[in-house]
Design a protein. Structure first.
Length: 189
């Protein structure tokens, strides 16, 4: 009978803690966080989440039941996996993604839960891709680089679609292909 009780207890614990890393929406607060409240700001809580082994998985702030400030997800080794800034439950400002050695692999900005502004991807601390977003749509120049940092591709976007001249380069830096697009449609090879 004790074994059945123990198995039941484990099943209940796994059900109640399985949500702790889920993100039910950017404004949602995962359940089962250990709250810390501040005497001078009672509507602000610092939340800490641990996995079943007691290893830190997430920390963040909640104000009036919505995400606020910086939220950090962690790798099992304790290094940050991502850092996201929130305001009134929505992504607002800088978002970073890191590898399990602590190097930045993605850096972008958000406004009202939408990508807005500079976006960069890195490989071994070298820029791999540069983009710009406006209201979650590509806008302006996109550049993709070879692992040595030389330009591989360069194109223009308008309202999320290719618009203007796009060029592809070989490793020596010479243009190998050049196309012209208008509103996402190829008009000139």
């Amino acid at each position: 009978m004790k074994k059945l009780g123990f198995i039941f207890l484990l099943a209940v614990m796994s059900c109640t803690t399985s949500n702790q890393n889920e993100e039910p929406g950017t404004s949602g607060i995962p359940e089962n966080g250990a709250p810390y409240t501040f005497d001078d700001t009672p509507d602000l809580e610092r939340l800490t989440y641990l996995n079943l082994s007691g290893i830190l998985t997430t920390t963040g702030y909640s104000k009036d039941g919505r995400r606020a400030g910086s939220w950090v997800d962690y790798y099992v080794n304790g290094l940050p996996k991502s850092v996201t800034t929130y305001m009134e439950g929505k992504k607002e400002g800088l978002h970073l993604e890191l590898d399990d050695y602590g190097k930045i692999v993605k850096m972008m900005n958000y406004h009202q839960d939408l990508r807005d502004g500079d976006y960069k991807e890195f490989e071994n601390s070298i820029v791999k891709e540069e983009r710009f977003y406006k209201n979650d749509k590509l806008e302006g120049r996109v550049r993709i680089f070879y692992p040595d940092g030389k330009i591989m591709e360069e194109g223009s976007y308008k309202n999320g679609t290719r618009h203007g001249i796009s060029k592809w380069y070989d490793q020596a830096g010479f243009v190998t292909i050049e196309y012209e697009y208008k509103n996402g449609e190829l008009i000139k090879k």
